[in-house]
Design a protein around this ligand. Sequence first.
Ligand SMILES: Cc1cc2nc3c(=O)[nH]c(=O)nc-3n(C[C@H](O)[C@H](O)[C@H](O)COP(=O)(O)OP(=O)(O)OC[C@H]3O[C@@H](n4cnc5c(N)ncnc54)[C@H](O)[C@@H]3O)c2cc1C
Length: 477
Amino acid sequence: MVQANYYLQRATLHNSGSRHAREGYGKFQRKETNKMSDDTESNPLLKKMDSQILPDEVLEALTLKRRYAFVNANFMALLRDEEKSFFNKIQRFCLKYERKTMEPNGITHDDDFYPWIKDFGAKGYVTRGTNFDMVDVDYGSKYGLTYEFFRCLAVDLFDPSFNMAMGATVLCINPILHHHENRDAPLKALKELVTGQEVGCICITEPTKGSDAVHLDTVAKRSEDGIRLTGVKCYNTNAPRSKYAVVYGTEDPAAPDSDKMMSQSLVVLPDDSVKVERAYIPWVPRIQIGKETFNNTFVPNDRILCDVGKGKYGLFEGLVPERMGIAVLDIAEAWGAFTHAAIYTNIREQMGKEIIKHQGVGFLLADYYAKISNMTLAVLSFCREYDSLVKQFKGEIPGALTQALVVQASQLKYHCAILSERACYELANLMGGAGVGDNTLMQDLLGISRIQEVVGGTRQIQQYIMSGAIRKLWKMS
Ligand SMILES: Cc1cc2nc3c(=O)[nH]c(=O)nc-3n(C[C@H](O)[C@H](O)[C@H](O)COP(=O)(O)OP(=O)(O)OC[C@H]3O[C@@H](n4cnc5c(N)ncnc54)[C@H](O)[C@@H]3O)c2cc1C
């Protein structure tokens, strides 16, 4: 009870322009607009290199170029020639981008990264999960989950927060890709999102409905000319910066079969009937996560992606690439942390020798080396297998096989999310103060790795899926 009162008190303070708000503490939280402007500069949590602690030679050893070199040495035996040239090409782009953008200082990684998406999109680096020939975007042979793995790894080493935000645009792209039906409005959205001209988000979660994503409270009422949405969504990555939002709702939330009345709509922002606020998640201060209130928002027929009754199918069809997207992100974060720690512990000396030579450091580092490498092999092998199935079945993988892949994707997402969190924490620990300070990207990795188990279905939901699969297999055998 005391706790609840405390929270209410804080909320009142924020809404009434409190001392905190006046001093900048709550500045960005109180902004309420349809499309938020750049507010990162008012965020005191975004400090980077407030004062330089690490000597120049250590910072020099930790540059993106040196980190790429370390990762490349590790991936040498795993990469096929085409993959290698693709991986190196993105690395060259990121290196140049980090140096040249926002001259004279280059990127400092406390900057607002949303404008970067346009530049990455122009190069075809927003997503490589599939080809987009329907909007004249052709990656030749360089697309699929395996290429997406290498795109993600290269971009994540460059800037993990930026990579995660760009990944959320892909969650908006996938349903449009599946349900555009050659209509102008969805195709326009698809092109703008894939090429990075605009940002997108997906709105499933609600303040009272999270894991139970098939029993939503948002009303999606059908009429002859379209759907009207009324309800509240939350924790939607990128929403305050998005032009496009894919939104789920149901005709009748009170109906016992409300899940069978779900729909999937494409909303274009800003829209006077949609209020967008920022929902601040302290572990990822640079990523703009939103709360959206839909007040009788009209979606015309040509922007309905899954009509009433088909929304649940739409929700499930993207599960494999979505879960694998998170697994790949987790692997990339683990490599980011491992690379920092491996370089640092080879340079840093205590008690007369490099700290990697102290068993307490070297053995733990070796333990994570094995864990990260093994999970990398598992994820990469899934990606390659998935790509060959997509090819074999011309994009239409049969239902039973898809079911098996959903479970495998859950298994990988489950383990990779745990690995990312543990690896980033333990490897930061091995770097001592340098690992937990603001002089390197370990700061971002520590935060971002802590939300991986929650996003894309929590740890318990993955366990729920896996235990259901075990039961099914037992019954079948
Ligand atoms: C940084 C961030 C970004 C996000 N981005 C998006 C986004 O872009 N779009 C979007 O729609 N959502 C997004 N989410 C929301 C995210 O998907 C949900 O937070 C998540 O699905 C869990 O829902 P919830 O928070 O309501 O928790 P709840 O569902 O209330 O779960 C609370 C706890 O109960 C457990 N639990 C719930 N049901 C069961 C069960 N049946 N068995 C066992 N345990 C159970 C959960 O595992 C969890 O531990 C984001 C969240 C975060 C933190």
